[in-house]
Design a protein around this ligand. Structure first.
Ligand SMILES: *[C@@H]1O[C@H](CO)[C@@H](O)[C@H](O)[C@H]1NC(C)=O
Ligand SMILES: *[C@@H]1O[C@H](CO)[C@@H](O)[C@H](O)[C@H]1NC(C)=O
Ligand SMILES: *[C@@H]1O[C@H](CO)[C@@H](O)[C@H](O)[C@H]1NC(C)=O
Length: 506
């Protein structure tokens, strides 16, 4: 989801940063020259991992796949049919990278036609939240409302017309883990693992090779997905050089994304101080105070984060912006400004279903069924990892505002379509801020997109939201939805998704 980490993240660590900017942990902003795993691992004549028949996999134990051409990787995979969606083939497992990084995935074949339907990767945000939340709460084939009763079929699953895999990434969250002290603290690093994962995924599930592929996520995935997709796109050259089939990346899909925090800054005030989604919910005095800080915030962020990037000064700018511009929203459910938080952030993340999901994933029977590594022992499932979230803050990943939209622009220039959709009641990654970056981003379609009208779209004769679209970029709002659109508006979210995949107008 969720920037649950954002709460920890944006509230606590920034408080620390504010006190003493020089105490920020080491920044890893300049990555060393990119030595890809694939370059390191592939011989010239690389062929398939192994000629695996998926039907032959065991549902009891993992089958371990390895191939001499991929010394860096192995795959542990098992059949996990039926636990979530009767009659649909499902697999769970790990892609093991250099025996040190282990990425857990769930893969569900389409309820439509698995042989022709597109393939979609979904990841949640945080940074540091498990994709089990997306799977069991939002768009997966089943939902876990009650841990004892177990999963219930979700009629609005995105698997209605796509093959969908959910990845717990980066390592250190959900059922993914790292050994030998390895960890990931930036989106750039995570992107390398994800791109390698995607390449190996298509080698493993070889009947899906060459299939139209979409990378999707929400919240902090507004930063993840553009970088992951860029890595997958650039990786294709190396795949082809080594005799592998290129990944047929068609689009990226972002729900309530944290793509450009600077665009979001003034929107934080507008969301609760103007009638842009609902009548103003904040006090006049808090709105007046916050609005006064907007020009300084924007000027400072522009200078320290965008025109040139100075990590310490940019962190100070973000801290100033967050402290001053978030104040009017104090006490609200930041994922839906019209509803009280159900429970507490720490316990339920405002949505009690998340505690049921955790409890379900703590059951030994569930873990055996999913093939969760013994590494986790009796440790409780963690929905969002504080250490991972903190590491991303410490690395400055959350500050990289202008840089993320540049990835989006570059994808668009190469014909990779981009969908940003946003529930209008979410404050955390609100539609206003997202609309601003989609319009402000510099790319060859900027003018056409700026001229495009915002028009209503609907489902079954009912208005569902508004949409603007041009040259492969689409921005859509979903009325009545908060941060997790597929949870709040499952029917509308599925219609949006299906029309997008079919390349139809919304
Ligand atoms: C996989 O199948 C192809 C042809 O279907 C064959 O040429 C190749 O030798 C097989 N590879 C392995 C590792 O069995
Ligand atoms: C607020 O927006 C709603 C919906 O667009 C509109 O009906 C209402 O008149 C607006 N209120 C004010 C005070 O502008
Ligand atoms: C794991 O979760 C259970 C039930 O929520 C709780 O009672 C227990 O203290 C937790 N264990 C740890 C190690 O956090």
């Amino acid at each position: 989801m969720l920037l649950s980490a954002l709460f920890t993240v944006l509230a606590a660590p920034f408080a620390r940063a504010r006190q003493d900017a020089s105490s920020l942990p080491t920044l890893h902003l300049a990555d060393p020259p990119h030595q890809s795993y694939l370059n390191a691992g592939l011989s010239q004549q690389a062929s398939a991992l192994q000629n695996l028949t998926l039907g032959a996999l065991s549902s009891v134990a993992h089958t371990v796949l390895a191939h001499p051409a991929f010394p860096e990787y192995s795959v542990r995979i098992k059949k996990s049919d039926g636990f979530c969606d009767a009659g649909v083939r499902a697999y769970t497992g790990y892609i093991d990278i250099r025996q040190a990084r282990h990425l857990f995935f769930y893969f569900f074949e389409s309820r439509g036609d698995p042989e022709t339907d597109d393939v979609v990767m979904w990841t949640n945000g945080g940074p540091g939240c498990s994709s089990a939340l997306g799977l069991f709460m939002e768009l997966g084939p089943c939902r876990v409302y009650d841990a004892e009763k177990g999963p219930m079929r979700n009629p609005y699953a995105w698997t209605e017309s796509a093959n969908v895999f959910f990845v717990d990434q980066p390592v250190g969250i959900g059922f993914s883990y790292a050994e030998y002290g390895e960890r990931v603290s930036s989106t750039e690093e995570a992107a390398r693992d994800v791109a390698a994962f995607v390449a190996i995924f298509f080698e493993t599930f070889k009947q899906f090779r060459g299939r139209a592929f979409h990378m999707a996520g929400e919240s902090y995935s507004g930063r993840y997905i553009p970088l992951f997709a860029a890595e997958v796109y650039d990786q294709n050259k190396r795949l082809v050089e080594t005799g592998m089939e290129r990944i047929n990346l068609q689009s990226i899909i972002i729900g309530n994304g944290y793509t450009d925090w600077v665009s979001m800054s003034s929107a934080y005030v507008d969301m609760v101080c103007t009638n842009s989604s609902v009548p103003p919910v904040a006090s006049i005095s808090s709105c007046v105070a916050a609005k006064k800080a907007v020009p300084r915030c924007l000027k400072w962020a522009q200078e320290a984060c965008i025109d040139t990037f100075d990590a310490i000064n940019c962190a100070a700018a973000q801290s100033f912006c967050n402290t001053r511009l978030w104040a009017p929203a104090t006490g609200l459910n930041l994922y839906d400004i019209t509803k009280p938080c159900d429970g507490s952030i720490e316990e339920t993340m405002c949505y009690p279903i998340t505690t049921q999901i955790s409890a379900y994933l703590d059951r030994p029977a569930t873990r055996a069924l999913l093939g969760v590594d013994p590494f986790f022992g009796s440790k409780n499932f963690t929905r969002c990892s504080d250490p991972v979230g903190d590491a991303f803050v410490a690395s400055g990943d959350m500050l990289q505002a202008g840089a993320t939209t540049e990835y989006v622009a570059q994808l668009l220039e190469r014909g990779v379509r981009v969908l940003e959709f946003a529930g209008t009641l979410d404050w955390m990654c609100n539609w206003l801020g997202n609309e601003r970056w989609t319009r402000g981003m510099g790319w060859s379609g900027k003018e056409a997109f700026g001229r495009a009208e915002m028009r209503v779209w609907g489902v079954d004769g009912e208005t569902a939201g508004e949409v603007r679209s041009a040259r492969g970029l689409t921005f859509a709002t979903v009325y009545g939805a908060g941060h997790m659109v597929p949870y709040d508006k499952p029917k509308e979210a599925l219609a949006l998704f299906q029309r997008w995949l079919a390349n139809e107008e919304l």
